[in-house]
Design a protein. Sequence first.
Lengths: 436, 451
Amino acid sequence: MKLLKLVVAVIALLMPWVTVAQDRPAASSQPIAIAGGKLLTVSHGTIENGVLLIADGKIAGVGTAGSVKVPKGAQVIDAKGMTVYPGLIDPETNFGLTEISADDETNDLLERSDEIMPHMHVADAFHAETDLIPVARLNGITNAVVAPASGDTIAGQDLFIQLYGNRQQMMLGNDVALAMNYGAEQRRRGGRGEGGKSKYPSTRMGLITELRQTILDTQAYVAKRDAAAKKSDAEFKRDLKYEALIPYLKGERPVVIGVYESYDVETIMKLAEEFHLKVILNHLTHSQEVLDEIAKYKVPVIIGSIYDAPRANERYDAVFSLPAELAKRGVKIAISSADAGGPVSSHSSRNLPYAAGMAAAYGLPYDDALKAITLNVAEMFGFGDKLGSLDVGKMANVVIANGDPLDVRTDVKRVFIQGVDVPQVSRQTKLRDEYK
Amino acid sequence: MGSYKLPSHSFVRLFAVASISLAVCAAAASGQQSASEDIVFKGATVMTASHGTIEHGAVWIHAGKIAGVGETVSAPQSAKVVDAAGMWLTPGIIDPHSHSALDGDVNEATSPVTPSMHMIDAFDNRSADLYRALAGGVTTELLLHGSANMIGGQAVVIKNKFGLDRDAMLFKGAPGSIKFASGENPKRVYGSRDQLPSTRMGNFEVMRMAFEDARHYMAEWEAYNAKVKKGDKDVVAPKRDLKLEALADVLRGKLYVQIHCYRADEFLTEEAIAKEYGYKIRAFHHALEMYKVAPEIAADGTAIATFADWWGYKDEARDAIPWNAVMSMRKGVRVALKSDSDDHIRRLNSEAGKMVHYGGATEDEAIKMVTLNPAWIIGVEDRVGSIDVGKDADIVLWNHDPLSNYARAMKVYIDGELFFDASSTGWGTTHFTGVMHDGGDFGSEDQEDGQ
């Protein structure tokens, strides 16, 4: 009897695992040929009636019909009338850090105890089973940067994910970038005015001084640490905050700076250049006055939200046309799915391609728009050789849709991530099918 | 500097723009020529919203009304011809749920029953929100009270004639609407103060108590009127009570009832209370779970004004699915899309386009969700919402299929008069002069919930 109970218990324990395993197919060893579709390669133009070959989770061939040898026994997917393109990459999300925005118990968006929190690792909090990820994946989002919310001057370190697999498989890169912010939102944290917390820093002067001091302290820490290492000083105590900053001060990894206003851009870039930070500018929606200066910085820019409100006396399309204006000046751009008013949640990550379409509607060349949500993002975050285009040797993150990927009317039919034909299922499709 | 931004430091350019706008204004004022002249749009893809799409169609407008529509029209020789070849022509976009141009005065959240509030009192006709909506092709808006209260205030219907004075922007003859709400918002607002209601039980009992008050008030007046009729000269009239009169108007069916609620169970409870007290619900707003109970609600004739694909921002939006609109429509519910956002109001056309993607709406069905169906919800479907002879000439010309996010509104006409022209420099407005007022913050989720 006891044994029976134990067996039942073991089976019960195994059941969820079995279910998950059924829900989550692995890559097939059989090669897959997607044939007859229009291939948007992103890196080398459009191929009509193309063939894309997938083997061992990688892209093994790209070209016109006839130019790609399809091995015997390959699964052939007819993509006539379809568009085939690389998986989309959202450069800023909160995937796995939030579930229901208004329910704070479900949020791990920001450590609010201090403004300087480089030792917060998004990877530690990442909730891989979030409902948000399959919802976005259904619309062809295959990869994303997961960042903390923007309330801190230094909010923590970003995680780079793919939107399928077990947790370990999904986490393609921990601590890929430092999430920084500068401007009015961070200043208000100090609680100026009546009833405020009157806590330093409460002004832009305070924010910049605190940041500069932090960098100097880190440099002093490194000097002390190196000196201690030479003396093999056992008493030296590691400081996780300073340790976290070191690779960024060495310029080894990018610092993503969220900044809205033109004069804030100029201030923060002075500091960034002084300390040779490898900058990616983010949230630049109200910097129309300094676009030429931004081009001179030679740093990439993430635009988000493209739906932010223009100033009261600006023309209605002042933000819609920002990607085009930056691209015209030779700036490498990415576009994020952030909602108007700031990157509040990632429930709308599935609308990423439409934000790029909006940029195209307001003057951004089509190829640049597609690149801004694929290859450019991959390159900014160190995945340019693995993701973002249909090229042999890259991860087989591939989407098949029934039309132009940037148009709201288009329906995504299939999504491959590292060669896995991921079922088009989410909590939402289950509800849809239940009430059909 | 972006090439489109108005250089506010440049007096010369600003003055030039202002002068042109003034000139247009003067022309419009002197005998309304621009509205009364005959205009014919030729060669457009005409999406009528009521009777399909006409390729290379023509629309004739006369005296601010649509006078003809078809492959050809019999307009007088003198009519001004607008070559619209390669463009799309639709009715003006109608938003049945907006809190624009109210400077944040959305909720009188000091009592759960405030039916005597009138949104017109907060209406700021110089708000940049209106301008940006106009540039997105929006010609009619229902400006609603927020969702803090079970029974909120009375809405105002506007025509987006941006640049005209307040009275000229009101939709003349539109019926009155009142906003109700249930669920998390009233629970949170009053529950956090340890006041009634802090639960859904409390939500609905607050409504019943209010209607009991209204019935009593109506009975007092009936008794008084009966005595007066009998010739009783000593009888004293009951006190007029603005709150109870508004509630009585609900019970008399004089106000369209527009209800903010999310969950399937709430639709059913709201319908039961409406039947208990004898009023009709015009539309559920948000209604993200309508797909679960659509046949029941279709039988009651209540419409919905919903989002295309917002979800997950609060617990009662957890079961939202982007197929809600089309699934509900297929089960017989009249479906409109709405903005509830100063951002989304600028692109309701492509929100409708998403319905082609989610559930396979036809283009006709999709365009109806942002024109004719919201017109019905507001109660102005005989006046606007489709390209039909006799309707107001509220017309948008687009450079691309309006259901695509590539589409830009190029020209917007209201009552036959041009109010927005994207090809002109500066703002593109034809009537506005002076300084725009800053719009509200763009809420990314259920804007009114911020209150």
